[in-house]
Structure formats: structure tokens, C-alpha cells
Design a binder for this molecule. Structure first.
Ligand code: PMP
Ligand code: GLN
Length: 385
């Protein structure tokens, strides 16, 4: 995890955000919204601070937030979750994921099956936990997995199948066929499923199906989500995980020595958010879909080949036709040359696959920005033609 000179290597998101800032470019790299979330949620955080909710919360998270998470899972997905034993509040989805892998992976004989490209923290966390990463490629252009390759990857050595749905960076939403096969393989090889569903409310061209709702899944599935994306509050770092009580206890055992607890005044605010009416959630997905449409049309007009996403913050586009056959190099120079920041798909691939021809020219653009900002970015990119 260190750079060759022994310094901490910044994540690609930090590197590209710094580059965008130093060149004054519009940052469509790192995924964070440029507008605040719902006023009620922001006000609840202000109120909590004013009311003195500023000391350590309980280790599992406040009772009311755990209840709100359980109610949310029932309301949207029909899942029965015990807020006292089956829910743990974490410092973002990132901590939920890392604590889970540290808790459940014993050593290199434990394999974690991950779909590739993958969110960068997955490989890092598997490595910290001392496990072995096994990847299954998502095919260009639909970024769905080949089910035969998936079946080959899952064996009796598989400890965890790690799912991210809706998917970052590809925008893919897995259908019932893929998810059912994941559950079948996990059952057959007695593996656990860890599913990162931080974009659960931001699927727009396909319906999001939580893995835990499939027959046979709940007893072997840990479901992770976060307030960051749903409530446009990525800096609050309130996440959570739910699943079978014994597994949650194992994750808590690690979590208590990573951060102990976090975000006291934001926990009641996130509870308010999870209890907002259905219209808020539907509107969040529809608004984001519109932004993707504007971004996708602009990129297409600028000469990119666009892969329309089904969910999440990001649109992938192939830059080969506009001089970006090497997507990593393209993203390094784009801010200076055209005033726009993006992230190469290579950042989500293991080093051995970064130059694979089907992936090399693909770059990721964040759509979670004001339409006026996206308009300006694509008009700058139009000069690429
Ligand atoms: N998983 C995925 C797929 C993400 O895109 C992100 C954030 N970009 C995270 C996890 C991290 O979430 P959090 O900020 O809540 O830790
Ligand atoms: N998840 C966000 C992204 O994919 C950023 C996360 C980060 O900066 N670590 O852009």
C-alpha cells in the first residue's frame, strides 16, 4: 500500500481532486455532490449539536438510528432486521467493509471473490486482512459478469463473495439472474456474501434488488450502506451494516478498535433522513438520472463512446476516439488542457489488467453535480473534437 519511495500513496481520488483543484478544473473525478441534501436532515444535525449530542454514542450506534435502519429495510425491502443485535453503525461504508474483512478473513487461504473493475478500497482491505483476492471481470459493454466465470471463481476456498450493486465505477445494476447465481454459489460452497449497496436509492434504469431479499440469502449476507450518497452528505461518514447477529458481533469486535464509535450528532440526523417520505427517495434517483442524461449526451457529442449507467454516481466513457487510448494518461492531462477532471478506469483494476485493450481507454465521470456545472464541463470537452 506504500509508494516505492516509502511515502503513503494517495488514493486516485485524492490525487485527481488535488490536480483538479490546482488547475482550477471542474472536478468530475471524485464522486461527491456539489449541493447539500435535504434541509430537514441538515437541521437535525444542527439541532443535535445545539442539544449537546456531542459525546461518544453507544458502540453499536444510537438505538434510534439502528431502529430507523431496521424500519428502512422493512419499508423498502420487506426485510426483518433486529435493531438490537443485527445492526451496527460504522464510520461510513468504508469502515463497515474494512472491519468486516478484518473480522472474517483469517489468512491467505481465505479467498474473497470480487467483480472487476472494483472500488479501490476492496483490494486494499482484502490485503490488510491478509486474504486472497479473486476477481471476476465485468464484460464491456454491459459490464455484467459471465456466470460461468463466476462459477469457476467461487470454490470451497471462497470465504466471501463481495458484491457492489449498483456498481461503482460501471453503473451496472445486477439483475435477479446474477444475484440468484451468487446466492446459489455461496450456499453451495458455504461462503458469506458481503454486499455494498451505498447506491441503493440511486438506481434509475433498473430496479435495485438487495441481495438479502433473495431466498436463502439473509442468513449468510452482510448488507452495507451509507448516508453519504442517499443524503448527499459524503463528509458525514455515517454508514451501517446489518446481517446475522453472530457476524455483526464479529464485525463490532474489530470496529471497536478501529474507531470505537463515530459521528454522534449526525446519527440522529441520518435517522431523520431514513424516515423521509417516499417522494424524496424517488426524486433523488430521477434527478440523478437526468444529470446522467445531460452528461452522457454531452460526452457523446464531444466524441466519446458512452456506456449509459443504470445507477450510481458515475458514467463511463471510452476516450479512445478523442485521443485517450491511454485513459490514465488522458486523465492526468485533461484538467490542464481542458479544465475538467476525471478518473481512469485503470484506478479500479489490478495493475496486471490496467492496459487491457477493452478497458484502457475508459474513463469515469461523476454526474452528481449541478446541471449547469455538467453543461460547462461538456462544453469544455467539446473542444476535444
Ligand atoms: N462503496 C462504494 C461503492 C462507494 O462508491 C463509496 C464512496 N464513494 C464507498 C463505498 C464509501 O462510502 P463511505 O463514504 O460511506 O465510506
Ligand atoms: N467513492 C467516491 C468515488 O468513487 C470517493 C471516495 C473516496 O474519495 N475515497 O469517487
Amino acid at each position: 500500500l506504500l509508494s516505492p519511495d516509502g511515502a503513503v500513496a494517495p488514493t486516485i481520488f485524492a490525487e485527481m481532486s488535488a490536480l483538479a483543484a490546482s488547475t482550477g478544473a471542474i472536478n468530475l473525478g471524485q464522486g461527491f455532490p456539489d449541493e447539500d441534501g435535504p434541509a430537514e436532515v441538515l437541521e437535525a444535525a444542527r439541532q443535535a449539536i445545539a442539544d449537546g449530542v456531542n459525546q461518544y454514542p453507544p458502540g453499536r450506534g444510537t438505538a434510534d438510528l439502528r431502529l430507523a435502519i431496521a424500519e428502512h429495510q422493512k419499508r423498502f425491502y420487506g426485510l426483518d432486521v433486529d435493531p438490537d443485535t443485527e445492526v451496527l453503525v460504522t464510520v461510513g461504508a468504508t469502515e463497515a467493509l474494512t472491519a468486516t474483512l478484518l473480522a472474517l478473513i483469517d489468512g491467505p487461504e481465505d479467498e474473497v471473490v470480487v467483480f472487476e473493475p472494483y472500488y479501490d478500497s476492496y483490494a486494499a482491505a482484502v490485503s490488510l486482512a491478509g486474504g486472497t483476492l479473486r476477481t471476476v471481470p465485468l464484460r464491456v459493454p454491459d459490464f455484467q459478469p459471465d456466470l460461468d466465470r463466476l462459477a469457476d471463481a467461487v470454490t470451497d476456498r471462497t470465504r466471501i463473495i463481495l458484491v457492489n450493486d449498483p456498481h461503482n465505477p460501471t453503473g451496472t445494476v445486477f439483475g435477479a439472474d446474477v444475484l440468484t447465481e451468487i446466492v446459489r454459489l455461496a450456499e453451495r460452497h458455504d461462503a458469506l456474501i458481503v454486499t455494498d449497496e451505498v447506491y441503493e436509492h440511486l438506481a434509475f434504469r433498473a430496479r435495485h434488488i438487495p441481495v438479502a431479499t433473495l431466498p436463502g440469502a439473509a442468513e449468510r449476507t452482510l448488507t452495507i450502506s451509507s448516508a453519504g450518497k442517499t443524503f448527499s452528505a459524503t463528509g458525514w461518514k455515517v454508514g451501517w451494516i446489518h446481517g446475522p447477529a453472530a457476524l455483526i458481533t464479529a464485525v463490532l469486535t474489530v470496529k471497536q478498535f478501529l474507531t470505537y464509535v463515530g459521528a454522534a450528532p449526525f446519527q440522529p440526523a441520518v435517522a431523520v433522513g431514513l424516515r423521509l417520505g417516499d417522494a424524496f427517495f424517488a426524486d433523488a434517483a430521477a434527478t440523478l438520472a437526468h444529470k446522467h442524461d445531460v452528461l452522457g449526451a454531452g460526452l457523446q457529442a464531444a466524441g466519446f463512446t458512452v456506456f449509459a449507467p443504470q445507477g450510481g454516481y458515475f458514467t463511463l466513457a471510452d476516450a479512445t476516439a478523442v485521443g485517450g487510448a491511454d485513459g490514465a494518461e488522458f486523465c492526468r492531462t485533461l484538467p490542464e488542457r481542458f479544465g475538467v477532471g476525471a478518473i481512469p478506469l485503470a484506478a479500479f483494476l489490478p495493475p496486471a489488467h490496467r492496459a487491457d485493450p477493452e478497458y484502457a481507454g475508459i474513463v469515469r465521470f461523476a454526474a452528481c453535480k449541478k446541471v449547469s456545472v455538467i453543461d460547462e464541463a461538456v462544453s469544455r470537452l467539446a473542444r476535444l473534437r
